[in-house]
Design a protein around this ligand. Structure first.
Ligand code: MLT
Length: 243
């Protein structure tokens, strides 16, 4: 396996995507939130970078709206971007269109890849196990406002450790080593970082605790051919029923 980790969407070599399996990481909080929503039974989730497009598409699809700007739920939306909002009671069987500042744009940037999955600490080992036969994995970190974000890159390091690829780019090696040094206290490693402190300052301490626990979830979100994310377990069941 060849593994390339990129710190922002601007760094990705677009020409490599069609033959690679892509993994998008936005630990705080989009990929953690979508994973929790699908684990709690949401039917499927579409990620759209632009707010007006998300509003239009949700009407067309008769779907609920979720997401944030500045970390805060948008007016008229059913959900914000807190994973804790997406309970089974509220999310089960729902189609949800989400727009978030960085994560949704990263998912859009990965769309041309052979497959696109979403990863965060809460599902990292399962994401790795779904990729073990891939010849080329590209990890695309969402970053914050087009800049390196330590939470995403540390999670890329955790995924790199589990993937154990024969060939890694330098960022994959760096993040794997950094993760190994901090895996026992992710809170300590991240508590001075920009987005962590911002989310804490606007009252999302419980989200931080939720997002920094490893392997609490089985769900691996994967993109279908229409660009919606669904639980890979359900997709496999569905695919085997129609083949
Ligand atoms: C994003 O996509 O920028 C983040 O998930 C923002 C957030 O923490 O709400």
């Amino acid at each position: 396996m060849k593994l390339d980790v990129y710190a922002t969407i601007a760094d990705v070599k677009k020409e490599d995507l069609p033959s690679a399996d892509a993994v998008v990481i936005d630990v705080l909080r989009m990929t953690s939130t979508v994973t929790n929503a699908l684990e709690n039974g949401a039917e499927k989730i579409k990620l759209i970078g632009k707010e007006d497009e998300a509003r239009r598409f949700s009407k067309q699809e008769n779907a609920l709206l979720g997401g944030e700007r500045g970390g805060v739920k948008l007016s008229g939306f059913a959900f914000g971007n807190s994973p804790l909002e997406y309970t089974r009671e509220k999310a089960e069987n729902q189609k949800i269109v989400m727009t978030t500042t960085n994560g949704a744009r990263a998912a859009e940037a990965a769309m041309d890849a052979k497959s696109v999955r979403l990863c965060s600490f809460i599902n990292v080992s399962n994401v790795a196990s779904h990729l073990k036969n891939s010849p080329h994995v590209i990890i695309l970190c969402a970053g914050t406002h087009d800049a390196f974000s330590l939470d995403d890159c540390l999670c890329a390091g955790a995924l790199a450790e589990s993937l154990n690829a024969e060939q890694e780019n330098d960022l994959a090696i760096a993040m794997r080593l950094l993760y190994a040094a901090h895996e026992n206290d992710l809170q300590a490693a991240l508590k001075s970082t920009k987005h962590y402190k911002y989310l804490e300052s606007i009252g999302f301490t419980d989200d931080l605790n939720f997002c920094l626990r490893k392997d609490t979830h089985a769900c691996v979100p994967i993109m279908d051919q229409d660009g919606w994310f669904e639980n890979e377990k359900n997709k496999r069941l569905h695919d085997s029923c129609i083949s």
